[in-house]
Design a protein. Structure first.
Lengths: 840, 134
């Protein structure tokens, strides 16, 4: 049965959300700019609550469609399946663009409610801007069609209205039994929390923007800074964490071997973050001295416009030819472009209108003033963003040239990582240098002499530390040396400031903590990326294949099942394919005889899981995901340290996707990152060698594929699976034990004589690549002839990479967030004090 | 001269530098023919070629050869000038490859064979998708 009701409710709620957002915008306009502002206030707030309720309703409706498995809806069919656990049902919610827009809007409503309840004088103009942005966002999921013009893409479309399949002609009521399932790449816990964090970051960028625009509209050109600053800091912190969560997801799930790939999608969000951080700096400079107000306007307005631009880039399909991320184009590009142009035009227009009125400080900037250094810092951050956004926008430049009748075939640089790193490295050096030095100007009125006194100890200390580090770590690249020195200098200098502040007033220390975090991140990136080392060097002297380029032949190792191989300081063994059970760890796939339903394994042999749970034949257990298989690779270090990694392969047949994901052994010093490059083609038929005959008597020892085997005895069977035995028929089974490297394998080939015809049931030992049959019986010699054919043993090709000191990057990230939190607390209490005095 | 002017000049200089290097390091979208000419004239720069996978009348993609070890594969690709070329990719087949409506290969001709270092896929817009797998 098709549940049309719930979709109609959803659709109605979307329309309600749009109308209420329009009314809210108008009402807040009246609050801020109308004659009767006070009278509109209650109404405006009430309509915003109505709007928030409508958005919440849309979210709940879509979630119900997903969790109730209404596969007649395209969203549920396309992104989910019946067996998805609850946490992946949640992440499938934002798998589609409609859902991620919804997430963004949902955060906006929460933020809007907070803002309404924490603002007094800013309420009208600021919430007016805020509500207008919400109108644009809701229109993205409206799904209304007027003739040829389509506004928004609704998440509540029925499958039969979206997909053209003959079945709907035969039976319009057709409901698929199951959905296509969640994209394997998104089946990761980071995908449950990364998008909400990132979109909270997206949503919060509108707040400083709304204050800035409200400031321009009302002419309160200076006052907006105070309420906007803590929100700008909050936004930068959340957005930064969101970006790094994405990086961490890529590190754990994708197999490009790192956490940052300079893909347009990453760049598009990195740039607004940089600009926002630059804006925070100019705002602080303004608060200190009255300088850089114009720059603050430009940065804060740009940050939001760049967020909209990144939305445009990633969702309009314009990056289709330049990004590894495949975007489905929802046909919203026109609408997104309008959204972008409106806010760009609005920002430029307002700035031009008020430009002359924006106060500037007349003083010449002294090189010994903190404003000067902050300003240089903010400029560097802005240039850093500029360097990234120009090449990232190449597809946009091409489109623009096309519009003017030209023809451009410019493509982004072929090696993005090399291209961006080359430039960003220089900027990073400047940033680290400034973040150390700027702090001295920050806290003291300083002249040439006291600067020298202040700055000398940190320089000496950091040079000493750096010398020790690069003699131990053998760093030779001059640029890396410079980056290391300035980063350490930044840490030392900020520690010096911090030690002074902690005693005086801890609440002021946010800046120095955050800067230490940034410097640590730079060092972490320097080592983990700059000195990431491929351990799986092919030292066998053999090429895996002549077809491959050198890089593939040299950087990967071929591991045969149970055959130890030496790699750098490790000895490693591939132990076989495993499945991950829900409660008992990994289990050997050879012990599994069949499956029961989509999640249950049935055991055919006795086996023990990695969590020491023993299963007997006939037992069953639940797995996390049947599509996933894991390759158990055991590492032993020469010093006796041992660990096991389980890199993963996920084969999703409905989507034709094969996803290899790494497994990582984390130690304080370095991560050991291992991922499987390839495995034997599961569809390819096994090729067996020509049969070899062996004459063996019970009790004899012989060799199978180089393994010692003992023929224990021959037993008579009373029944054989699949064969009906009648009186006069005979079935015998050989009991053979083969000694493998790590365990003994039984082999039990069967010989049947039925109606005077001989039949052979071979026994295959997968792990050893051997197939045994009983060929004939030699009664006079009391022995038997076994047939043996062998095949290549199971194998994997892996790449193992060491990422040294990557933990410094993650620790730095945490410090950065902590520093931001301290700063937010301070700036927000500033604002509260002023507001409660009715100044704001 | 005020310091702000000096900063301004430096900023403009860096900006110009960024634009110049972007133009200099940028790759290009070309057809196979141009790519081959480039390679023959000794230009080893990596370029982008946009094209499609050829489909039989039944809608099956043909011309894909997986290597037995799955470490690499090669496929046929039709560029925008309708030239068909065998493309070699020294990595396992990217996920979603067979569903793609358009592929972009980044690489160059090496020994008269196009080697793609990277493959970008454009998947069909959901409103063009046809058929339900049950």
């Amino acid at each position: 049965m098709i549940h049309t009701g719930i979709g109609n409710i959803g659709h109605f709620l979307v329309i309600l959300a749009l109308i209420s957002a329009l009314i809210t915008s108008y009402s807040f306009y009246q609050v801020g700019f109308g004659k009767d502002g006070e009278r509109w206030k209650v109404f405006a707030k009430a309509t915003f609550y109505l709007h928030a309720g409508a958005i919440l309703g849309v979210v709940v409706t879509l979630y119900l469609i997903i969790s109730n498995h209404y596969f007649e809806y395209h969203y549920a069919y396309n992104y989910t399946s019946a067996i998805l656990p609850v946490y992946y049902q949640i992440s499938s919610f934002w798998n589609g663009q409609e859902g991620s827009f919804l997430l963004w809007m949902f955060w906006n409503t929460i933020l809007g409610i907070i803002l309404m309840n924490t603002n007094k004088n800013w309420l009208g103009p600021m919430m007016f801007v805020f509500s207008v942005t919400q109108v644009f966002l809701v229109s993205m999921i409206l799904g209304a069609v007027f003739g040829d013009i389509k506004i928004g893409s609704s998440p509540f479309l029925l499958l039969r209205d979206v997909i053209n399949d003959p079945i709907f002609k035969i039976n319009p009521e057709f409901v698929p039994e199951d959905g296509r399932g969640l994209n394997p790449l998104l089946q990761n816990y980071w995908m449950v929390i990364h998008p909400p964090t990132l979109f909270l970051g997206f949503a919060t960028t509108v707040i400083p923007f709304a204050y800035a625009v409200a400031g321009l509209l009302t002419g309160r050109l200076k006052e907006w800074i105070r309420p906007a600053l803590p929100w700008a800091q909050f936004s930068a912190a959340v957005l930064g964490v969101g970006i790094l969560m994405g990086a961490y997801w890529a590190y754990e799930t994708l197999n490009f071997g790192g956490y940052w790939n300079w893909d347009p999608v990453e760049n598009a969000i990195y740039v607004p973050w940089l600009i926002l951080v630059a804006g925070i700096h100019t705002m602080i400079a303004y608060k200190k001295s009255g300088a850089a107000l114009k720059a603050s306007f430009i940065m804060i307005l740009s940050a939001y416009v760049l967020i909209v631009y990144s939305t445009f880039l990633t969702r309009s399909g314009i990056l289709g030819n330049s990004s590894v991320h495949s975007f489905t184009d929802l046909g919203l590009s026109g609408q997104l472009l309008i959204y972008l142009l409106v806010f760009l035009g609005l920002s430029i227009g307002l700035c031009v209108w008020r430009w002359k009125e924006i106060p500037t400080s007349e003083k010449e900037l002294s090189a010994y003033s903190r404003e000067f250094w902050i300003f240089i810092g903010a400029t560097t951050l802005a240039m850093m963003g500029f360097q990234v956004i120009i090449p990232t926008s190449i597809p946009v430049w091409n489109e623009i040239i096309d519009i003017f009748g030209g023809n451009s075939n410019l493509a982004p640089p072929a090696d993005q990582v090399e291209f961006y790193t080359k430039f960003q490295l220089y900027f990073a050096i400047v940033v680290a240098f400034l973040s150390g030095t700027g702090q001295f100007f920050w806290w003291d009125k300083i002249d040439r002499k006291s600067l020298k006194n202040n700055i000398t100890p940190p320089i000496i200390i950091s040079l000493v530390i750096s010398t020790v580090i690069f003699s131990v770590a053998k760093i030779t690249d001059p640029l890396y040396i410079v980056l290391l020195v300035v980063s350490i200098y930044s840490i030392v200098a900020n520690l010096k400031i911090l030690s002074g502040l902690v005693r005086k007033n801890f609440s002021l220390s946010g800046g120095s903590i955050a800067h230490i975090g940034i410097a640590m991140m730079l060092i972490g990136i320097l080592f983990s990326s700059g000195y990431s080392k491929i351990l799986s060097k092919n030292n066998t002297g053999l090429l895996w294949s002549k077809e491959f380029p050198d890089e593939v032949n040299q950087d990967n190792l071929l591991l045969f099942l149970n055959e130890p191989r030496q790699m750098a300081d490790y000895s490693m063994v591939y132990k076989g394919i495993r499945k991950l059970t829900k409660d008992y760890g990994f289990v050997d796939v050879n012990a599994v005889s069949s499956t029961d339903g989509p999640l249950r394994l049935i055991f055919g042999k006795k086996t023990t899981t990695t969590d020491n749970k023993t299963f007997l034949p006939g037992d069953t257990t639940e797995v996390v995901n049947m599509e996933n298989s894991y390759f158990e690779v055991e590492y032993a270090k020469l010093d006796g340290q041992q660990f096991t990694l389980f890199p993963r392969i996920q084969i999703n047949e409905t989507m034709d996707m094969i996803v290899y994901s790494p497994d990582i052994n984390r130690t304080l010093r370095a991560d050991l990152y291992t991922h499987v490059r390839t495995i034997p083609d599961p569809d390819q038929e096994t090729t067996w060698t020509e049969l070899k005959e062996l004459k063996v008597a019970p009790g004899d020892t012989f060799y199978i594929n180089d393994y010692v085997a003992e023929f224990k005895e021959m037993v008579t069977l009373t029944e054989v699976e699949g064969v009906k035995l009648e009186p006069g028929d005979l079935a015998i089974q050989a009991e053979i034990i083969i000694q493998g490297e790590y365990q003994n394998y039984p082999a039990k080939p069967i010989y049947v004589i039925k109606n005077n015809m001989a039949g052979k049931v071979p026994y295959i030992v997968n792990d050893l690549g051997a197939k045994l049959t009983i060929e004939s019986i030699l009664p006079e010699e009391n022995s038997f002839v076994f047939g043996l054919s062998t095949t290549q043993k199971d194998w994997i090709i892996i790449e193992a990479v060491e990422k040294p000191w990557i933990n410094i990057l993650w620790t730095g990230t945490l410090l950065l967030v902590f520093g931001f939190s301290v700063a937010i607390k301070r700036r927000y209490s500033d604002f509260k004090k002023m507001r409660d005095k009715d100044m704001e | 001269m005020k310091k702000t002017h000096i900063i301004g000049i430096v900023v403009i200089a860096i900006a110009i530098g960024v634009i110049m290097t972007t133009a200099g390091d940028a790759s290009a979208y070309v057809a196979f023919e141009d790519a081959q000419e480039m390679a023959e004239s000794g230009n080893a720069n990596k370029i982008h070629v946009v094209g499609k996978l050829p489909k039989s009348t039944e809608g099956e993609i043909y011309g894909i050869q997986k290597s037995p070890d799955m470490m690499s594969f090669s496929f046929q690709m039709v560029d925008e000038n309708n030239r068909v070329e065998q493309v070699f990719h020294p990595n396992p087949m990217p996920t979603d490859f067979l569903r793609s409506e358009q592929v972009v290969v980044i690489g160059s001709y090496q020994n008269n064979r196009f080697v793609a270092d990277k493959i970008l896929l454009k998947c069909p817009s959901k409103y063009q998708e046809e058929g339900i797998k049950t």
